[in-house]
Write a protein that binds this ligand. Sequence first.
Ligand code: NI
Length: 264
Amino acid sequence: MSKATLTKRLEFCSSHRYHNPQWDDAKNRAVFGLCNNVNTHGHNYLLEVTLRGDIDPVTGMIINLYDLKHTLNQILEQFDHKNLNLDTPYFAKRIPTTENLAVTLWHIFKKHPDLPYPDALRLYEDETLYAEVNESFMNGDLQSSNRESAVIARRYVFSAVHQSRTGNIQGHDYDLWIATKGHISDDTGQVMNLQTVDQIVRAQVLTRFDQQNLSRDEAFANIPVTDSALAKVIWETLAPHFQTPPLYRISVSQQPDAVAVFSV
Ligand code: NI
């Protein structure tokens, strides 16, 4: 039987603090940085949830959009304008990271009697970070310990020029998303420490390409500088540095209407 999917986008605001009570203050600060500040801080989350179901032969819809919005808003009420650590029951033992919040929402959607089955869920903490989960990553439920996997993706921007086929020099502001996929750690609530991701990307990619002429880079000695070729070069550059967890997807774009993706 064929199935259709529908993706709904919603926004909500929550505050949180990252803190592992089993560690001392110094270790918490070292691992979580500013996110460990005693004062909680807030984020405007953007949620994209994709639901899967049959198209009703009478209505032509998987679910009535009005009902869907109502149900999702009802679910999000327990998170919106709340302190995730203190005002919700989900993060007494888990750290309210983007990964753990995405997993929590997934389980709530999955169990909800009025919703079609979730197919995928992407949660943006801001414009530079998102977590993504889908059925194949899940293992266990909200009560069990963290055995789920998630994708975590981080955005970087850099500017570079390259030679076009006609020989002109073109300059672009590149938008780069680095996604890695792995198990969510019980200790940190994270797939990977973001400061580590930043250090690797800065050292391997940004110092090499930012403010440079990409056509002079050895990687482009025999291939034109396209977004797709750049995504592949960045993948090959970063892959040895992302082993646990491994790279999942590299996206490169220099204009809003086109994205080049390289993945395994
Ligand atoms: Ni935060």
